[in-house]
Design a protein around this ligand. Structure first.
Ligand code: NAD
Ligand code: UFG
Length: 339
């Protein structure tokens, strides 16, 4: 069976992907410095799957640590989640974001090249479609970004393109996630934001459980169905399965390639549609107030998910209701996250 190195595997999407990898009998090695996660997520992954993970509490900026991992294990492919991801924070501490995300990725690519490991799945984001393109987004649209976090994704995509062109033994899948939400059906793993959540679903969920008083809906005057922002929410387990499909394609194809795929449902939901779906899933009231738009937010963002379906045989199956129910199940079972 193949051995996969998962950078950032203790995080939200990483831990869900580890579950799906183990369920499919991959050997899993995680490197994570736990800057935005806890080791407990990996204990829970073991609990769900009954299988073990080799865990290195190390930084991807630490080239010696990476070299040692590549020396000590025969790694077939890398899934690279490790990175800092808060848009707002990235405008406050851009140098930290550029160093961690860009330098970290460069060091990882160097270590991979040295170890002759050329199979890579990279976590990109729908944020690379920037402000100029109109939804539904297709993978061939021009890329841009308006904040340091988004720019790290645009730049890393360019690094990967250049790396592939320099040596086409690289085999690279770039996955552009839309809005990952939800939690594993078991309620054992889920999103565990530090402090007050920036993102809609964890915020709504903390209002429903009574930890936060009321939701601020950012903008009620967008040109959308009810005036609130529209996004393509995707269940984190569907997203995790997209990584398995990307690995399978890399392993099965006779010619290497670099391809980008949107991982979204292809459907948009407004903030108020999410609030209503969550109300139903939780049977709780979710008080909200419509306030000013959040700077930098788009009115509408959703995927054309056709390429992933055609080339990876992947599509999202879970509904907004599933996403809300599973978030609620995780939230009520773990009111303080992993703490
Ligand atoms: P997360 O913060 O839960 O997971 C990232 C993990 O990487 C964390 O466990 C963190 O401790 C680790 N990490 C960060 N820097 C590291 C370093 N230098 N060395 C080792 N480990 C390090 O975030 P997530 O939501 O699981 O996101 C995973 C990836 O997907 C990120 O690259 C993120 O940018 C991307 N992404 C996320 C979203 C989203 O909304 N969650 C959307 C699009 C793309
Ligand atoms: N929203 C609110 N109130 C909140 C939080 C969010 O009304 O308290 C609204 C936003 O205005 C937006 C929608 O809910 O209309 C979704 O917002 P999120 O913050 O959950 O998600 P974004 O689409 O803004 O951002 C996400 C990821 C980013 C990524 C971006 C594009 O969090 O990392 O998608 O891929 F860059």
């Amino acid at each position: 069976m193949q051995t996969i190195l998962v950078t950032g595997g203790a995080g939200y999407i990483g831990s869900h992907t580890c579950v799906e990898l183990l369920e499919k009998n991959y050997e899993v090695i995680v490197i994570d410095n736990l800057i935005n996660s806890s080791k407990e997520s990996l204990n829970r992954v073991k609990k769900i799957t009954g299988k073990s993970i080799t865990f290195y509490e190390k930084d991807i900026l630490d080239k010696d640590a990476l070299d040692k991992i590549f020396n000590d294990h025969k790694i077939d492919a890398v899934i690279h989640f490790a990175g800092l991801k808060a848009v707002g924070e990235s405008t406050q501490i851009p140098l930290t974001y550029y160093h961690n995300n860009l330098t970290g990725t460069l060091i990882l690519l160097q270590a991979m090249q040295q170890a002759s490991v050329f199979n890579l799945v990279f976590s990109s984001s729908a944020t690379v479609y920037g402000e100029v393109n109109q939804a539904p987004y297709t993978e061939d649209m021009p890329l841009s970004a308006t904040n340091p976090y988004g720019l790290t994704k645009v730049m890393i995509e360019q690094f990967l393109q250049d790396t592939y062109e320099s040596h086409n033994y690289w085999n690279i899948s770039i996955l552009r996630y839309f809005n990952p939400v939800g939690a594993h059906k078991s309620g054992l793993i889920g999103e565990d934001p530090n402090g007050i959540p920036n993102n809609l679903m964890p915020y709504v969920s903390q209002v429903a459980v009574g930890k936060l008083k009321q939701l601020k809906v950012f903008g009620g005057d967008y040109p959308t169905i009810d005036g609130t922002g529209v996004r393509d929410y995707i269940h984190v387990t569907d997203l995790a399965l997209g990584h398995i499909k990307a690995l399978e394609k890399i392993a099965s194809q006779t010619q290497t390639s670099i391809e980008a795929y949107n991982l979204g449902t292809g459907n948009g939901s407004s903030v108020l549609e999410v609030v209503n779906a969550f109300k139903e899933a939780s049977s709780k009231d979710i008080p909200y107030d419509i306030v000013d738009r959040r700077p930098g937010d788009l009115a509408i963002a959703y995927a054309n998910a056709g390429k992933a379906k055609a080339q990876l045989g992947w599509e999202a199956n879970q509904t907004l209701k599933d996403m809300c129910q599973d978030t609620w199940n995780w939230q009520t079972n773990n009111p303080n996250g992993y703490r």
